[in-house]
Design a protein around this ligand. Structure first.
Ligand code: OMP
Length: 214
């Protein structure tokens, strides 16, 4: 694991973005852990979060033209990533986001910010079963843009509809690459290395047995 990945896990634990317990996911699965990116909820948190996303993006070395943050949670994430790329990597990258409601007046339409064209890097929080991400793919396709990659904070490494992981399905279906700051395997490795939170670690491992990719 890279230093920024360890720092990111510690940041998420400290902010209780990463919690252990019993959580019902959007997919209906009952998970012993949950990642709530909405709890990175101050200016400093958001600035730090952007640096982690930018670090993972730079690390991946994938070519893209525009960052796209889908409503709602992708919006502050794409924004802070664009700021971090400018402030820490000397890259001035266009970004845009969508509204959930179409506006009939003013500038109209559902997109705000730069044009959604060229190679798109989709920025979001978490992929579990891949439902949310597929909705965003439709917006990109409708605009005639190409998806270059998907950038998320946590890859839960869960099965999708069949044996492939939800991420592998997305990669296969859209011919794209999914970049994450950390994956479930990194989180497990971190918990093991700390030797604390043993009961949570066991629950997470049992969950991985049931829903994780093999
Ligand atoms: P999928 O649409 O199944 O890929 O789930 C992704 C969405 O689930 C995220 O955008 C979140 O709204 C939510 N989620 C989390 O935020 N954190 C988690 O740890 C798990 C989920 C989830 O419900 O699966």
């Amino acid at each position: 694991m890279k230093d920024y990945q360890i720092e990111f896990i510690e940041f998420a634990l400290e902010k209780q973005v990463l919690k252990f317990g019993e959580f019902t996911l959007k997919s209906g699965r009952t998970s012993p852990y949950f990642f709530n990116a909405g709890l990175f909820n101050t200016g400093r948190d958001l600035a730090r979060l952007g640096r982690f996303y930018a670090a993972a993006l730079e690390d991946a070395g994938i070519d893209y033209d525009v960052l796209f943050g889908p409503a709602y949670k992708g919006i502050p994430i794409a924004t802070t990533t664009a700021v971090a790329l400018a402030d820490h990597h000397n890259k001035d990258v266009p970004y845009c986001f969508n509204r959930k409601e179409k506006k009939a007046h003013g500038e109209g339409g559902t997109l705000v910010g730069s044009e959604l064209k060229g190679k798109i890097m989709l920025v979001d929080d978490v992929i579990t079963a891949g439902t949310a991400i597929r909705e965003s793919m439709e917006i990109i396709a409708e605009n005639g843009a190409d998806l270059s990659g998907v950038l998320i904070a946590l890859d839960r490494q869960e099965k999708g509809k069949a044996e492939l992981s939800a991420i592998q399905e997305v990669e296969r279906d859209f011919g794209t690459k999914v970049i994450s700051i950390v994956k479930l395997a990194d989180l497990i490795r971190y918990l093991e290395s700390k030797g604390t939170m043993g009961e949570h670690l066991e629950a997470v491992k049992a969950y991985r047995e049931q829903y994780g990719i093999t």
